[in-house]
Ligand binder design. Structure first.
Ligand code: SF4
Length: 240
């Protein structure tokens, strides 16, 4: 099994050769990227561009038509749900290589070129190209609970940190969503997520922990829930 982008690339490379493919895009980020944009934009869809020739702002505003009426962009996950989330309004500063020179950059989320190096420099990744857009209607605890349910289900169970960690992250965010959060839950959630990366035999350990780590880092205030009455989680919400 492979993804559509890879199959498209292979077909093209077989037809024209690797050298011709490598001339597309930008230095060190060659070829094309296929972005699968989902969520809160006017024209979600599947868009292909030479790598690094379009920014996040151009993709979301010009290609995808911008936010839904009356809404503002709140966050975007640039490379599939395991990629660390970006918060609109945050800025990224540093130096990057352009030709033979090192130049300063100062980017908002909209300014980031969609290539592997640039997304890596700002602490996330190009990953699968699955661009998930969230506007200001989204509750980030609910969004993370949805992601955590997915990763908990997908863990194969071979490594204890991934098997137990993904399950516990799901349990904690589920009880937060259902109004059963404990005072210590935000810290507990971070503690669980921080103990998974680097302790598993495949990259799924990182993949399942990065969403929780980045949601907490970028939207920590939304996770500081205090215990409050609410509907108790259903048993099926708490098991894999
Ligand atoms: S890290 Fe990979 S191998 Fe280990 S339990 Fe998770 S999915 Fe399975």
């Amino acid at each position: 099994m492979n993804n559509v982008e890879t199959l498209c690339h292979v077909k093209y490379i077989v037809e024209v050769g690797g050298e011709a493919f490598a001339k597309i895009g930008t230095p060190n980020n060659t070829g094309t990227r296929i972005f699968c944009v989902s969520g809160h934009v006017q024209r979600p869809g599947y868009y292909e561009f030479p790598c690094g020739t379009i920014t996040m702002g151009q993709l979301l505003n010009e290609v995808c038509g911008g936010p839904l009426p009356g809404r503002k962009f709140k966050a975007v996950i640039p490379g599939g749900s395991s990629a660390k989330i970006l918060r609109f309004g945050e800025r990224f500063k540093g130096k990057r290589k352009v030709g033979n020179d090192m130049v300063d950059y100062d980017w908002g989320v909209e300014d980031v070129p969609l290539d592997f190096d640039s997304l890596g420099m700002i602490g996330t990744m190009g990953g699968s190209g699955g661009v998930i857009v969230m506007d200001d209607s989204v509750n980030m605890v609910e969004a993370l609970a949805n992601i955590n349910a997915f990763y908990s289900h997908e863990s194969c169970g071979q490594c204890t940190p991934c098997r137990e960690g993904s399950l516990w992250m799901k349990k904690i965010t589920t009880r937060m969503v259902h109004g059963q959060a404990r005072t210590e839950d935000a810290a507990l959630l971070k503690g669980v997520a921080d103990q998974i990366p680097g302790r598993t035999i495949c990259a799924f350990g990182e993949a399942c922990s990065w969403p929780t780590q980045s949601f907490l880092a970028k939207f920590g205030d939304e996770f500081k829930a205090t215990p409050r009455p609410g509907r108790r989680p259903k048993p099926e919400d708490l098991i894999v």
